[in-house]
Design a binder for this molecule. Structure first.
Ligand code: GCV
Length: 689
């Protein structure tokens, strides 16, 4: 036995076989060719840049590359220029980004030409909803990489290694900021012991150009500062925040700033003291301003009293336009409700003309199948970024309204709610890594296509794997059997999820609390209406959908013409958003010529069929993918299909109780019974169970 193990180890080392467990993300070990790297500068960041080139070089063997810091007007912030034998940038981080770009091009078989690349946004952050006890709100990949319950302040070598790997992954795709704790923030994050840990994290992230930011709790002056109030206009409170900022910057000179969730879902905020969001944000902005810090103030606000939750952020924030200090950015979720599988863009974007606005995307799949479903979110974000707001004439896309092209902004930024945890493969599902990757790539370049992102990611993540080292991006069979079909699967996957979960503008009809399976029926008597699905789908015997037209809640009027009129009329409203804006009869005639009911059933069915195709595609790729990752993904696809069938059956059968119409003949018949699905769901949701 001993001899057998020894020979196996020897064989592995000869063949360079490495277990593929997904931990290396898109940065898998390569058999690098020799290269010489020159740089006049010496710094930890330059050392990383050199090391990356040496360990990843796939260009001409024996080449020499120079890394040059050079003032160049064509380069903005951390942009870079790739030349034949050199990378130039204004900053050392620019050089590092240039190195990763060059290596990415080599690894994905792209033509390397002289090019300039500038980031679309100055600040490209991940938001970690990580709690100080190590759990992660809406996290599906294990515990936090930053915080833990036991020995919370101890910093181990293992911690540092993880943080370093995390920072490297971020730098490789241009992410330059990390908000380290949950927006539902514990005031304790600002206590000295936690700040020491933040300092330790920041030190590991720093050479990779990733700045640390913190979410703060607006009541901190009272809760941990011992003050009688947290009123933002109170001189003692103002002073407390100034002193706290001084303390933080004393520890972490390049600290990024604060992210704030205020007066939202029970979090404290300035309105508790009769003040406005601007009062609260400005007070914090003053505290961090001397150190170059910024405030990212979230506009995710809604109260149970409004008739339409979708209108509230706009109603509260637009009147405050122009009242915010210039180191504040309003952070707005991409849609008006909450990271649904499909929403129109938030009407706040482009409407605040004298206040910088940044979009917040959700990388973690709270409403898109957690880490169990394969859903490539890039297409959803691309759809949002390319939506035309018309705010400053045609072409005022979400991307251009937030990246400084349309409005003159001191800072531009974008945020993604991270899906990273302690799981070996970081994200729970190997394909969920592609969402981290896509967020970074879009944050760097908001006009890159999802197709290009998927192409890069597949090549870097799967080509030339350990079981099949010879199958590389250059092989025709690899292209035909992996690259092309897997890319198709990724690009179709978000639409498939919309189809089997919430087609035609349905939203918020998932099960309560966990937000995973279907739950359109859920609505206990004393529950806040806007937390229950019937508030959103409004199904009755006459029809279905939320009436947001001028005759309904009039949310359409928050959009600039021609959108307001287009959304207001069901015949011009995109069918993908039909039930978002309209309450329509079940017999409403769709563009297909069939009834709304028939088309709803058909879409659910189509979603299931699409996931079955994904299973086939993945099964077909088996000979080309290392077996550990292949099996893990195959298993998850099975779960996804079963869950898609459940969504389809539950929604069709539930809505049928209102439509009273037959399921079309060509739609696969339900295999579940509605009463059983509901009973199961209720049992799971029974208090205390
Ligand atoms: C961090 C949704 C989520 C909450 C999240 C909140 C937010 O409501 O379900 O978990 O809280 O959004 O974005 O603040």
């Amino acid at each position: 036995m001993k001899t057998f193990l020894c020979s196996l180890l020897l064989l592995c080392s000869v063949l360079h076989i490495q277990a593929e467990d997904g931990h290396q993300l898109w940065l898998r070990n390569k058999k690098a060719l020799p290269v010489t790297v020159n740089c006049a500068l010496n710094s930890p960041t330059i050392a990383i840049a050199k090391q990356e080139l040496i360990q990843g070089w796939l260009g001409k063997a024996g080449a020499t590359i120079s890394l040059v810091i050079k003032k160049d007007k064509a380069l903005k912030k951390d942009g870079f220029r790739l030349l034949n034998n050199a990378i130039e940038a204004n900053t050392e981080f620019g050089l590092l980004y240039g190195v990763y770009e060059l290596l990415r091009k080599q690894q994905t078989g792209q033509l390397i030409q002289e090019m300039v690349s500038n980031p679309s946004y100055d600040i490209r952050t991940l938001n970690h909803w990580d709690n100080l006890n190590g759990t992660i709100e809406r996290g599906y990949a294990g515990f936090s990489i930053f915080w833990r319950r036991d020995n919370p302040y101890e910093v181990t070598e293992n911690d540092k290694k993880r943080w370093q790997e995390y920072a490297r992954a971020n730098a490789s795709i241009g992410i330059n900021g990390a908000v380290l704790n949950n927006v539902n923030a514990s005031p304790n994050i600002l206590n000295a012991d936690y700040l020491k840990r933040v300092k330790a994290i920041a030190e590991v992230l720093r050479p990779y150009g990733v700045k640390a930011y913190l979410s703060i709790n607006f009541s901190s002056p009272k809760v941990i500062g011992g003050l009688p109030t947290s009123d933002p206009l109170d001189p003692a409170v103002i002073n407390w925040w100034k002193e706290k900022a001084k303390e933080i910057y004393g520890l972490i000179p390049d600290f990024g700033g604060f992210l704030v969730k205020a007066n939202s879902e029970g979090q404290p905020g300035p309105q508790d003291f009769g003040r406005t969001h601007a009062d609260g944000a400005n007070m914090l902005a003053d505290a961090v301003q001397p150190f170059g810090g910024i405030i990212m103030w979230r506009a995710f606000v809604y109260s149970p009293n409004d008739k339409d939750r979708a209108k509230q952020a706009y109603n509260e924030f637009v009147p405050l336009d122009g009242k915010f200090k210039d180191n504040i950015i309003i952070q707005v979720k991409n849609g008006p409700i909450d990271f649904m599988p499909r929403e129109p863009f938030s009407p706040l974007i482009g409407a605040m003309k004298r206040t910088p606005v940044m979009t917040e995307f959700q990388i973690t799949q709270e409403y898109l199948g957690h880490s169990k479903h394969l859903v490539f979110l890039s297409t959803m974000w691309e759809e949002c970024l390319q939506s035309d707001t018309y705010q400053e004439g045609p072409g005022s896309t979400v991307a251009r309204c937030t990246d400084g092209t349309v409005f003159n902004q001191k800072y531009t930024a974008i945020a993604g709610v991270s899906n990273v945890g302690l799981d070996t493969n970081w994200c729970g599902h190997d394909f969920a890594q592609s969402n981290w990757y896509a967020f970074g790539r879009l944050a760097w370049n908001n006009s890159i296509t999802s197709e290009a992102i998927a192409d890069e990611w597949i090549k870097q993540t799967f080509a030339g794997n350990s079981d099949q080292p010879s199958k590389t991006v250059h092989g025709i069979d690899w292209t035909e059997n992996v690259l092309v079909p897997v890319k198709r699967m990724m690009l179709d996957s978000r639409e498939a999820a919309v189809n089997y979960m919430m087609p035609y503008g349905f939203h918020h009809i998932m099960s309560a609390n966990e937000h995973y399976g279907p739950g359109p029926w859920w609505g206990p008597a004393r529950m806040r209406a806007d937390w229950t699905p019937p508030y959103y789908h409004q199904a009755d015997s006459n029809g279905v959908g939320f009436n947001r037209t001028k005759m309904g809640s009039d949310a359409v009027s928050q959009y600039k013409e021609p959108l307001a009129s287009m959304f207001n009329d069901p015949s011009t409203c995109p069918e993908t958003l039909l039930l978002w804006f309209h309450h329509l009869p079940w017999t409403y005639k769709m563009k297909s010529g069939r009834t709304l009911w028939d088309d709803i059933c058909t879409k659910y069915d189509q979603g299931v069929k699409q996931v079955r195709v994904f299973q086939k595609i993945w099964d077909g790729a088996a000979p080309y993918i290392d077996s550990a990752r292949h099996k893990a993904i195959q298993r998850k696809l099975r779960t996804q299909t079963a869950n898609a069938v459940l969504w389809k059956d539950a929604c069709i059968l539930y809505f049928q109780t209102f439509s009273r119409m037959p399921i079309p003949m060509d739609v696969e018949k339900p295999i579940h019974n509605l009463d059983e699905i509901i009973a199961n769901d209720m049992v799971r949701r029974r208090p205390g169970s």
